[in-house]
Design a protein. Structure first.
Lengths: 109, 113
């Protein structure tokens, strides 16, 4: 079993939809949780960074962490075609990042 | 603009050849990392360095080597011992290696001729 599991998709939604991206993990020692967005042929760009259970909001993006269930989510409200990218979750244990496989998202106009 | 610069964007390697990928950062970050990204496999850590003149192996270090002679530079050499080098290579840095998020360059795509 992988330490971090992420549904690879692809996920296709119409413009304006609410998108939910999810990761589960097995290592209860993970302390910090991140979401990255990666456009084709580009490096990952940090979207959200959290370290506690609960929600963190930044514009149209909300990151949710449930440490008791070992589950994290990223919600995108009012999705736009420019949100089309691969989304990677990552988790940190004393600085070492473990990444999910990435979910490929396509937002159709 | 502060950031991480990787060069070249595309690189081709012949059989038996060593190639070196460049990574430079002007963020004044202490820690630097190299990852390999293959389709459907996420990112895997090759090497990392927390301070100048020191570095540690990651999960897939075999066939790779690094140096950290300057704070801003962390070049990666893909040696001929790496039998499957075709991949997207990403360099990252962070202010320290423990609790801070990592920031990435735009990668180098390495292919075999």
């Amino acid at each position: 079993q992988k330490e971090v599991e992420q549904d690879p998709g692809p996920l296709s939604v119409p413009e304006g939809a609410i998108v939910s991206l999810n990761c589960t993990y097995s290592n209860s020692a993970f302390q910090y949780f991140m979401w990255y967005r990666q456009y084709s042929r580009k490096g990952p760009e940090l979207l959200m960074y959290t370290y506690s259970s609960g929600n963190k909001e930044d514009g149209r993006f909300t990151a949710q962490v449930d440490k008791s269930s070992k589950y994290i989510s990223l919600f995108i409200r009012d999705s736009q075609p420019s949100d089309s990218a691969t989304y990677l979750c990552a988790m940190s244990e004393w600085g070492k990042l473990i990444f999910g496989q990435g979910t490929e998202l396509s937002v159709k106009p | 603009d502060g950031g991480i610069t990787q060069s070249p964007k595309y690189l081709f390697r012949k059989e038996g050849q060593n190639v070196t990928l460049s990574c430079e950062q002007n963020l004044n970050h202490d820690a630097m990392y190299w990852y390999r990204q293959d389709p459907g496999q996420g990112l895997r850590l090759i090497y990392y360095s927390q301070i100048v003149n020191d570095f540690q192996k990651g999960d897939i270090a075999e066939g790779y080597s690094v140096s950290r002679e300057k704070k801003e530079s962390f070049p990666l050499t893909v040696t001929s011992a790496q039998k499957n080098p075709t991949a997207f290579y990403l360099c990252a840095s962070s202010t320290d290696s423990v609790n801070q998020p990592q920031h990435f360059g735009d990668g180098t795509r390495l292919s075999i001729l």
